[in-house]
Design a protein around this ligand. Structure first.
Ligand code: FMN
Length: 371
């Protein structure tokens, strides 16, 4: 199922000292071949895997499919995590599960998230995913989605510490690749048991922990808090990825400084803005902010993303899945609402491309006239 070399056009993840995310994907106006200075404190390892930088794409069901993961890697994410796969392998025949398990051509290490609540099933699912090429297994205890929580999986598990312990030990014992865990800070604001679970995870042999700075009860309300993440970092020796509401290079630096985390994990801010990783990477390395990508570059990235979606899902699903991504890319651009209305009626790949091209041509012409 896996092949050794990435498919074009997302080819060329080169983790050499001369690699910099700014020259890896389409960003021709950035300097190439600048030596990447790696400081000791920015080295981020998960078990045997050394990660290119401190930036991780969060798993997002319905978003972080293979095309999007590849794009984020090319644009500067050091690690990307797959959409969750249910641990119930009897459901793996569905089209959704099948596409979630395609990792052909993906950059390494390939991290696959599993979700469920039965320790034996989780262990078996971990093993089967490793057989299919997963090089990291991530356990989902961070997602409050109803579909997961109805079965007391995802973040709902944090309420049942003995079961958490069983799952962690079962999965770690079942595979010989590093296992990571994704949690929230606790069950609710009165039960922030993130530190307890983090210690349990370390004892069970979990290799790294991602912590979203909200409780399960918070869902996505309010703002993420980073004090509990800092407490967790101070309580364990395994690397922690701080997650929640990180949407700019400055915020990334603040969260790293405040929590002492080994890395940060970014979810929603990467939707329609996958270049956020190179922006943050550049800022962390140099203290300088990159300029926003030009309209031409956004158009190129979006058009390439469209191609990949059409190719990966086929014309029917590809055109439908493309709609939400296109909406995210254009969210902050002029006349995007009217454009989206029309775009969402289009059912074929060529017309989608033509429509995006017309939209950007108009914007670029307007920009040139105003200059
Ligand atoms: C659309 C969507 C889908 C998500 N799916 C998952 C998932 O499958 N597994 C998981 O652990 N977290 C999932 N999450 C949670 C994210 O990984 C992340 O923890 C959360 O969005 C907070 O980070 P952010 O503020 O950077 O978005 C999802 C979030 C969103 C918005």
């Amino acid at each position: 199922m896996f092949s050794a070399s990435p498919d074009p056009p997302f080819a060329g993840i080169i983790a050499s000292l001369f690699w910099t995310p700014h020259n890896a994907f389409l960003g021709a106006h950035y300097e190439v071949n600048q030596p990447l200075v790696i400081k000791d404190e920015t080295l981020f390892r998960i078990g045997s895997h050394s990660i290119d930088n401190q930036l991780v794409l969060a798993p997002m069901a319905g978003v972080t499919d293979r095309p999007f993961r590849q794009l984020c890697r090319e644009l500067g994410a050091g690690l990307v995590v797959s959409e969750m796969v249910t641990s119930d392998s009897s459901l793996w025949n569905s089209r959704k599960s099948q596409t979630r398990m395609i990792h052909r051509g993906e950059a390494e290490p390939r991290s696959v998230q599993i979700a469920g609540s039965d320790p034996e099933m989780m262990a078996a699912a971990a093993q089967m995913n490793v057989e299919r090429g997963a090089q990291l297994i991530d356990i989902n205890m961070g997602c409050p989605a109803k579909k997961v929580c109805k079965k007391a999986a995802g973040s709902a598990l944090m309420k049942d510490e003995p079961l958490v312990n069983e799952i962690l030990n079962a999965v770690v014992d079942a595979v010989d690749v590093p296992v990571t865990l994704k949690i929230r800070t606790g069950w609710d604001t009165n039960n922030r048991n993130g530190v307890t679970i983090a210690r349990m995870a370390e004892d069970a042999g979990i290799a790294a922990l991602a912590v979203h700075g909200r409780t399960r009860a918070d869902a996505y309300k309010g703002s993420a808090e980073y004090d509990t993440i800092a407490q967790i970092v101070g309580s364990i020796d395994i690397p922690v990825m701080a997650n929640g509401d990180i949407d700019s290079p400055l915020k990334a630096k603040q969260v790293l400084d405040h929590t002492g985390a080994a890395a940060i994990m970014i979810g929603r801010a990467a939707q329609g803005r996958p270049w956020i990783f190179r922006e943050i990477d550049h800022y962390l390395r140099t203290g300088q902010q990159l300029p926003e990508p030009s309209l031409e570059e956004v158009q190129t990235i979006l058009s390439t993303h469209l191609c990949e979606l059409h190719q990966f899902y086929g014309d029917f699903m590809g055109t439908r899945i493309a709609r939400k991504h296109v909406g995210w890319y254009l969210k902050t651009l002029p006349n995007s609402e009217a454009f989206r209305k029309d775009f969402n009626q289009i059912n074929n790949t060529q017309d989608q491309h033509a429509s995006v091209q017309r939209y950007f041509e108009q914007l670029i012409t307007t920009e040139e006239q105003a200059a």
